[in-house]
Design a protein around this ligand. Structure first.
Ligand code: ARG
Length: 486
């Protein structure tokens, strides 16, 4: 449709190579809405007559309901929609729809509308996942487990503490998405190819009709900039990385050796050959799909980093990184949430693993500190004690006073007192004594859970309000469309 300057058509193979019409199905509906807002604005500013606007809008309404059969003979969705309008209204009318805009502002608009909706979906799914983590945490405030560093037993902890750690990481993801939304939610429409137009358009009015908070004001920026895409995909890459880390823990913990968790059969896979197998394939795929999205982020940044300002066709290829980023992350949130809700927490196994080591070591050392012994000396005494326990194959509590004599001889504390401290230090008393802010301590679990519950409520309201704002604007636009068509 656009090839008046050129004497020859692209051959079919080449057209297939340059066309984005297939992947553009994701922005089909947004493209139509954008065209409707633009047409209404052209009418309201006397660039189109009411009759012309009515014809174009009616055609767009029909196209909206059509099942999109993407045809490779079109370069992209913008050309496809415009050609359908022209077909329905004739070029003397439909040919006026593209007045004072360009595909360059159009495509950025469509992507922004799509990402805006996707962020709202992601935020809703994220808050559900966080809610699940906090609910499971609430039920596991006394589920004792070892905490690991270097994957070696480190300190005694509780399962709720672990779950809340990921709730907090996901809250940060939510917060990032929440802020990114504000930068995505600005309209580039009416920028034209790069430098604006001489026609009396009203960019603020189309922005408002489409529910945008404001404009990407500078028309060069609006048509060339894709940092909002990089920000979105990057934010999702971080979110996926957090979920991937959690997936790795769950894979490990559902092994026979750990058996801390058991995934529901519904979310496990069998083996084609080993009848006993129950594999955590879904969690493994979360890890791998995270890698895929990190790849998309690299792709987006690599496409943009060397481009001269102003639209270049390279930007078309960015879209193929956005759509799967959205669909994969939305599904991951959904599936991970369902997996968490259905998995079994094996409290006995967790407790048993915590019993078997020397997890009270640091707590014992801190008891010595409370008796005025420098921490380094306390660390030394308990370290040697653990060595004795290890060599004699006994837990710390089973060591005798004579075995402690040599270790305490240069310190302020007697072997008898040390023995007494060890005897009275249990997993429970250690947790009771853990009082620092954000620690595994019992009171901290209660406090953190209640703060996070309030935060969930506040976010839920905010997310709802935002998607309502867009819906309301589109509804008003539709009323205008209907009034003009009538
Ligand atoms: N198909 C293009 C894209 O997706 C639309 C913009 C084309 N603009 C142009 N000047 N060729 O990015």
């Amino acid at each position: 449709m656009y090839r008046s300057r050129l004497s020859k058509n692209l051959d079919a193979h080449t057209l297939g190579y340059v066309s984005s019409v297939t992947e553009d199905s994701e922005i089909f509906q947004y493209d139509i809405l954008g065209s409707q807002a633009h047409t209404v604005m052209l009418f309201e500013n006397k660039i189109l007559t009411k009759k012309e606007a009515a014809k174009i809008l009616a055609a767009l309404e029909k196209i909206k309901k059509q099942k999109l059969t993407a045809k490779i003979q079109h370069e992209d969705i913008h050309e496809l929609v415009e050609s359908l309008v022209v077909k329905k209204t004739g070029s003397h009318i439909g040919g006026k729809m593209h007045t004072a805009r360009s595909r360059n502002d159009q495509v950025s608009l469509d992507i922004r509308m799509k990402i805006r909706d996707d962020i709202n979906t992601l935020c809703s799914n994220l808050i559900e996942l966080i809610d699940t983590l906090v609910s499971i945490a609430e039920k596991n405030q006394e589920t004792i487990m070892p905490l690991y560093t270097h994957l070696q037993q480190a300190q005694i902890g509780v399962f709720s503490h672990y779950l809340l750690a990921y709730a907090d990481a996901l809250f940060r993801d939510l917060d990032r998405l929440y802020v990114t939304y504000g930068r995505v939610n600005e309209s580039p429409l009416g920028s034209g190819p790069i430098g604006g137009t001489s026609l009396p358009i009203d960019r603020l009015s189309t922005a408002k009709m489409l529910g945008f908070k404001g404009l990407v004001e500078n028309t060069i920026d609006a048509t060339s900039g894709r940092d909002f895409v990089a920000e979105y995909v990057g934010t999702i890459a971080i979110l996926m990385t957090n979920m991937s880390r959690m997936a790795e823990d769950f894979i490990l913990w559902s092994s026979f050796e750990f058996s801390f968790l058991e995934l529901s059969d519904q979310f496990s896979s069998p083996s084609s050959v080993m009848p006993q197998k129950k594999n955590p394939d879904i969690l493994e795929l979360i890890r791998a799909k995270t890698a895929q999205i990190i790849g998309y982020q690299t792709s987006v940044l690599s496409i943009v980093k060397g481009l001269a300002s102003g639209y270049s066709r390279d930007l078309q290829q960015i879209k193929t990184s956005i759509w799967p980023t959205s669909s994969i992350s939305i599904s991951t949130l959904f599936i991970l949430n369902a997996m968490l809700k259905t998995m079994k927490v094996n409290k006995q196994k967790m407790r048993k693993a915590a019993d078997s080591g020397h997890l009270i070591a640091l707590d014992v050392a801190e008891h010595l500190v409370k008796r005025g012994i420098p921490f380094r000396t306390a660390h030394n005494i308990v370290g040697k004690l653990v060595q004795v326990a290890h060599d004699t194959n006994k837990p710390l509590v089973k060591l005798s006073i004579p075995q402690m004599k040599k270790l305490t001889k240069d310190s302020k504390i007697s072997a008898k007192e040390l023995h007494q401290i060890i005897q009275s230090t249990t997993l429970e008393s250690s947790l009771q004594g853990r009082i620092s802010l954000g620690s595994s301590g019992k009171r901290e679990q209660e406090r953190m859970i209640s703060v996070r519950k309030k935060k969930i409520l506040a976010y839920r309201i905010g997310i709802k309000k935002r998607s309502n704002q867009v819906d309301d604007a589109i509804q008003i636009l539709m009323k205008k469309v209907k009034a003009i068509i009538r």
